[in-house]
Ligand binder design. Sequence first.
Ligand code: RUQ
Ligand code: CUA
Length: 654
Amino acid sequence: MTARTTRSHRTLALVAMLVAAACGGRNGGSSGGGAGSDVLALMNARGLSEQDVTAALKTYTPTGKHDEYYTFASGGHGGNVIVIGVPSMRILKYIGVFTPEPWQGFGYGDDSNAIVAQGFRGGKEITWADTHHPALSETGGEYDGRYLFINDKCNPRVAVIDLHDFVTKQIVGSELIASEHGATFVTPDTDYVIETSQYPAPLGGAYAPIEEYDSKYRGAMIFWRFDKQKGRIVPAESFAIELPPYMQDLADCGKKGSDGWVFCNSINTERAYGGILEGKPPLESGATQNDMDYLHCINWRAAEAVAKAGKTETIAGMRVIRLQTALDENLLAFVPEPKSPHGVDVTPNGKFIVVSGKLDTHVSVYSFEKIMDAIKSGRFESKDPYGIPVIGMKDALHTQVQLGLGPLHTQFDAKECVAYTSLYVDSMVAKWNFCEGKLLDKLAIHYNIGHLMTMEGDTTKPKGKYLVALNKLSIDRFNPVGPLHPQNHQLIDISNDKMQLLYDMPLPLGEPHNAQMVKADKIKPIEVYKPIGLNPYTNEVDPHATTTGKERIERTAEGVHVYMTSVRSHFSPDIVRVKEGDRVFLHVTNVEQAKDATHGLAIGGQNINVSLEPGKHVNIEFVADKAGVFPFYCTEFCSALHLEMAGYLLVEPK
Ligand code: RUQ
Ligand code: CUA
């Protein structure tokens, strides 16, 4: 038998099996004609291999079928979040976060403007962000499906997205720090959302010459207190810990036995700051002189008590535990980590901390128990220049495993002790065993892998099954679209000993830094806003909500208040008369409750575009500063008479 006929036979058998399964055995034994040979012909015509066909069958999701998992991916410098179904890799939604999102009517005139404005810094309007790390809220170390957090690396901010309606509800930021990267990470019960500075600067936004880097520049880790009941961060109950001017990077919280601690890696413990034109080495070479940087081990529960006891100083409105206090209170110890490390990930059992050295071929697996032993017995090998005790590498290490070039991030399997690490330089995923320190399998992925995500793979109960490689810049992968390439998510089947690549998904937005994947049945979104008149930003019936028959226009000292309803297929009132210079308040309630009764309201020349999902109430405020005739209309194709769902704003000249 030739290789080709063997392949055909195996494929036929596979197809026959599938057809049999699908048709309840009607075409069971047929291995020659019918559906089987059609599929073979199709495979030949499209040049598909048996591998391709299995991959297709593992991902294809027929019309009307739902996906088993949700992915929440960062939209990179799109400043948003992308919701994707797994395994189909179909995009389900873009959630506007720091960046206005017209489809959601987010940031185009209604109450959401106030959310976007929460993200302005020092009076500057900022409407973009570099979103990196989404984090799902957890209860007992497992995803609870309620909230999603995401950070902005450029303008240090953290956003709260409520997953009951997939809407951004809050943005917080502190001028304590000038940039960040290590965010967002949650404690196992989401008591805190952690955000850590990256590029050191004087705390609170002051100026100091860069030559005073060692003495005046600092890092800080912010613990944003999260109120799960209200679904909001409480800045007044949040606090920070001052850190030395290293570039703190990613963090992960302890779990189970290590709950109460957070581990944060760092780069540039050399404290290089560049100066190419001033005769100094570029930052990148200055920052890679040492063989070791420092893994920061922080006792956040003890820090919380220190903050509660008032041993803080307020800087830029944030309560800060100064470095000396942190030392006096034993909140902080270092462990050496090789060499310009990147990812840090706590294993699901909470016993080990995995760190990848970007410039080292190993992953280092530290033992929480050993670290605690060293701290308790005061066994330190040295102190850093700021007096922070450093535990000896051998006193903390469980094992090191050589995986390949440029290891970055690690995720975990449902199978005991099994981990997956991205290898940026090799463009591979390594599967390995962190208990025994053994490499198990490697898979070449397309190119430039950064993060990778397994199903609930950073919780205490990973679900295995799929892994997504988040690859930066999809050179040569898809039809060319000019010099700015899409990014590429690759779906990988990890249910067997050998990993199998299943699917390439171009992502036409910013770098897909990181993602979280959660079992779909944990997410329970509402379908309409109830009761009618609900304001999604207060989660209460809006005081300006209107019911059918109560629509009206009232002129007050502040301006003109229009109480409007929308219903298929009209706005009422549909003629709004105001005078040039009037402040106009449009209070619009969508009084419908059918799932598909979404309207939109757009007004020409005013940059106003809001989304009116069933039951939702919005408040729009603007100044009618130009006399003229401004048609407004519904932007969602809501009915056969959708085009007729329109009205006029008439601004009479003064
Ligand atoms: S980082 S590619 Cu912004 Cu998460 Cu590692
Ligand atoms: Cu309402 Cu179109």
